[in-house]
Design a protein around this ligand. Structure first.
Ligand SMILES: [Zn+2]
Length: 281
């Protein structure tokens, strides 16, 4: 439910992004009634092939769900049910932001910059960690199930959260409707995007996600050792990879942008590191 609401939190597409998304929709043979101005959501089923996910075809190479999700959200529900080989095709776009498909006679490039959301049960029966019903899975079955999400793929996932089941007691306690609406949350996202775009105005990038990791470690963006010490230590201990280090920095900058702070504080770094903590280990 949260994943399906994520596109509504994103700002309208820029004119360039709108052209890209509209072109990809058209290339996929889908009906269009004008320019697409809102970020797309694609949620392929776990029986999808690699070609359906990233693109393929024999005579004409067609964009897959990941390309159609450009500038929007790619949601994979029950992610461990996807074949590992299919999931691993996402590693290239997650790193480079482009999808390249090689065929004997041709090569196709599609845009591959999307927000990836993976959802997984805590175990095959789905009850592990809940208080009401006992889990019937062995620890080996549980590890094998979550192990289907490969380490290299999870290393490219910035936020990993355990979402507890909603109980009837919790619904009763939450009788008062939340003041946070999609519209008010989108305003905060839009403001944070503006702060990031202003900082990046002299660069080819507009969002923190597009910035190469090394950029945040050089020049005026370099943060004081007192701020980065938790991730410096994690890198030294080997609990954080270099890619993970850069990804925590990116999330910390986004948290600072949401707070309209000029640079991340130690608290922003700590929160970014907490949000990254793997729930599968
Ligand atoms: Zn279970």
């Amino acid at each position: 439910m949260l994943a399906h609401r994520l596109p509504a939190l994103l700002p309208d597409l820029s004119p360039e992004a709108s052209l890209v998304v509209t072109s990809l929709t058209s290339l996929s043979g889908r009906a269009l009634d004008g320019l697409v101005t809102r970020p797309p959501l694609e949620s392929p089923h776990h029986t999808s092939s690699a070609a359906a996910l990233v693109g393929g075809g024999s005579k004409i190479i067609r964009p897959g769900a990941a390309a159609r999700a450009a500038h929007g959200v790619l949601f994979l529900d029950e992610a461990p049910e996807f074949p590992a080989a299919v999931l691993d095709t996402l590693r290239q776009p997650l790193e480079s932001g482009t999808i390249t498909i090689h065929r004997a006679s041709s090569v196709a490039h599609f845009p591959g910059r999307f927000q990836l959301v993976l959802a997984a049960n805590p175990c095959p029966c789905g009850q592990h960690g809940t208080s009401d019903i006992a889990c019937v899975c062995t620890s080996i079955a549980r590890r094998r199930y979550l192990g289907r999400l490969s380490g290299p793929l999870l290393d490219r996932v910035d936020l990993q959260l355990r979402v507890n089941r909603v109980t009837t007691a919790a619904i009763r306690l939450a009788g008062e409707p939340s003041r946070e609406t999609t519209a008010s949350a989108r305003l905060r996202v839009e403001r944070a995007r503006e702060v990031a775009a202003a900082r990046l105005s002299a660069t080819p990038w507009r969002t923190n996600a597009e910035v190469p990791g090394s950029w945040f470690r050089t020049g005026s963006r370099r943060l004081p050792v007192a701020v980065t010490s938790p991730i410096d230590r994690a890198l030294e201990r080997g609990t954080l990879t270099m890619r993970g280090y850069d990804r925590v920095l990116r999330v910390a900058w986004t948290l600072a942008d949401l707070d309209t702070a000029s640079a991340p504080s130690a608290e922003h770094i700590g929160r970014a590191l907490f949000l990254r903590k793997s729930v599968t280990t």
